[in-house]
Ligand binder design. Structure first.
Ligand code: DGL
Length: 282
């Protein structure tokens, strides 16, 4: 079994996995949510890198040739260091991909006003990753960012459809639209946020496009596998889905179906493995 690994700090990556499985049902998939240490959004570069590397090494030990960091915070704060520092040492034949690059490659296709807003965790906003990547592909686009630190806890605690969530959703939507006059596209740059989509819509004026990443990442993965047949050949294809969490499997199973759209039976992943860290975090 050589499944494709899909990683998130918690449940959010399941919104991406749902779209990947829809697009590419033939592959085997192994999901890991680091629920015991979520959320990652307010953690330092060093911590997000350490946690993410530990989980990536675990995926490799399970036989995954390819791991998708289906978490913007991990993609922003750990992916480059893992690709540039660790991969050659721990598994040179394997690959780790994130969600920021595929999104920024096509975000320019959604906007006519060339003004977009990024809604994300503190960590993703502070990393500046979206600003840097969008500038590369679409230098004509003006990007506004808004950190929404309460949105992940609201979603992780299954409060996203409750009236209490309104205050925090409205606050950040109003703020970004006020700061970025002319925004016609808002990117949900956190894999938890699609669950808040309806709530966000309530506070948006007509004519603003709300972009989620699931389908974008799924299309980009399909394209990547087409272009990398050596890696594609190593991915097993018996349509299996396996779910792991670093915390309680009972909690995971109770919550995960909300994100994945169908019942989930998870296993426990033990975090007590040791890893060798980079001296410098890029
Ligand atoms: N879902 C993750 C993201 O896309 C991170 C959430 C968190 O752990 O703060 O950024």
């Amino acid at each position: 079994m050589q499944p494709i690994g899909i990683f998130d700090s918690g449940y959010g990556g399941l919104t991406v996995m749902k779209e990947i499985v829809k697009k590419l049902p033939q592959y085997d998939y192994m999901y890991l949510g680091d629920n015991a240490r979520a959320p990652y959004g307010n953690r330092s570069f060093e911590t997000v890198y350490r946690y993410t590397l530990q989980c990536v090494e675990w995926f490799f030990e399970q036989g995954c040739p390819l791991v998708i960091l289906a978490c913007n915070t991990a993609s922003a704060k750990a992916l480059r260091t893992i690709q540039q520092n660790d991969l050659a040492r721990i598994a040179p034949e394997n690959r780790v991909l994130g969600v920021i690059r595929p999104t920024t490659e096509i975000i320019g296709n959604f906007t006519r006003s060339r003004n977009i807003g990024i809604l994300a965790t503190n960590g993703t906003v502070q990393s500046g990753s979206y600003l840097i990547e969008i500038e590369k592909f679409f230098p004509d686009i003006t990007v506004h960012q808004e950190a929404c630190p309460m949105w992940v806890p609201i979603v992780e605690n299954n409060e996203h459809q409750q009236p209490g969530a309104d205050y925090f959703v409205k606050k950040h939507v109003d703020h970004i639209l006020k700061a970025g006059a002319g925004i016609d596209t808002l990117l949900l740059a956190c894999t938890h946020y699609p669950l808040l989509r309806d709530k966000i819509r309530q506070f948006l004026p007509e004519g603003i496009t709300l972009v989620s990443q699931g389908e974008i990442v799924a299309n980009s993965l399909a394209d990547y596998l087409n272009r990398h047949s050596e890696l594609e050949n190593r991915c097993s294809k018996s349509g299996e889905r396996m779910f792991y969490t670093t915390d309680s499997t009972e909690d995971f199973d109770n919550h995960a179906s909300i994100f994945f759209g169908e019942p989930v039976r998870s296993n426990h992943m033990n975090l007590d493995n040791s890893i060798q860290l980079a001296d410098h975090i890029y």
